[in-house]
Write a protein that binds this ligand. Sequence first.
Ligand SMILES: NC(=O)c1ccc[n+]([C@@H]2O[C@H](COP(=O)([O-])OP(=O)(O)OC[C@H]3O[C@@H](n4cnc5c(N)ncnc54)[C@H](OP(=O)(O)O)[C@@H]3O)[C@@H](O)[C@H]2O)c1
Length: 311
Amino acid sequence: MDGVSFLVTGAEGMLGREVVRELQHRGLPVTATDREQLDITSMTHLDRIRRDPAEVSWLINCAAYTAVDRAEEEFTRALSINGVGPGALAALCSERGWKMIHVSTDFVFDGESEIPYRPDDRTHPINAYGRSKLFGEEKVLENARHGVVVRTSWLYGVFGSCFPKSILKAWMEGKPLRVVADQSGNPTSARSLARVLVDLALQAAPHGLYHAAGPETMTWHEFASRLVGEASRVSGLPHDVHVEPIRTEDRPSPARRPRFSALDSSATWALGVEPMPSVDQDIHDFINDWEEVPKAVPAATPEPSGAPETP
Ligand SMILES: NC(=O)c1ccc[n+]([C@@H]2O[C@H](COP(=O)([O-])OP(=O)(O)OC[C@H]3O[C@@H](n4cnc5c(N)ncnc54)[C@H](OP(=O)(O)O)[C@@H]3O)[C@@H](O)[C@H]2O)c1
């Protein structure tokens, strides 16, 4: 792809690092910025980018405030990073003639649906984080001349903390596993999402709202059980663990979570973007990629014939 270049914000986060890795893997030019280099809430930083002679084709915004529970108490901060900052970035992109991809969340929905949410379904966030992200979506679509807002869900990956790491660490330490079994959604590998975001850019996806999430809907309990099963296969460690299903009210948290937040991503795949692999495949890749899960020693190669026989 000649002439396509990228600027990634929040490049030290879980998704940001995967996006940079994906771009580098494809040999595409990328400028990766962390919060120190480009704080999306800092007018000084944004002005510096405004005056920077470097041209980019796509800005991919992976910067976000993702502390869902803390956002209940820090709404102003969450709104600044998830709402006002992305809006300012979008305006900057328009001035510079850059296209923008912005990442949002399933938590803009209230979870009352029985079927996966489509991009144009009614939003109604039930926590502060979701409200801050919804504001960001609106500002990006309003301020960017070419803005692609991609909602995803239940993101996990090797860079940073996430549900699969917590589950597998507890499992490896022999701790009891009690996992919520009455919330459903789409586990989504950050690595697979990064590939989809780059594909959307290379296919020049039109301005608008998109969904991109893993292909299966399941509860956190089922996700945890699949993680342990695969980690046991890969590591050779015994599987003998009972993953106890619990209810949301058994583990109270400051922020409410939607009961059901699966996303219908079919419109994204209809653009010609390759859908994400199966959850089992992505779990397998994640476990292989994460060095903290021991890998079983490969089966010994048989001795060549003629080798001395052991008694
Ligand atoms: N994680 C999930 O389960 C999930 C689910 C659905 C959607 N999403 C969305 O997916 C996107 C990526 O999430 P993630 O899990 O990769 O988040 P993450 O790991 O928390 O990364 C966010 C990054 O943004 C940086 N950041 C924070 N404030 C900033 C600012 N003012 N300017 C520039 N950078 C800033 C953070 O840096 P510091 O660490 O220095 O603060 C961090 O490196 C977000 O838009 C999120 O809302 C996530």
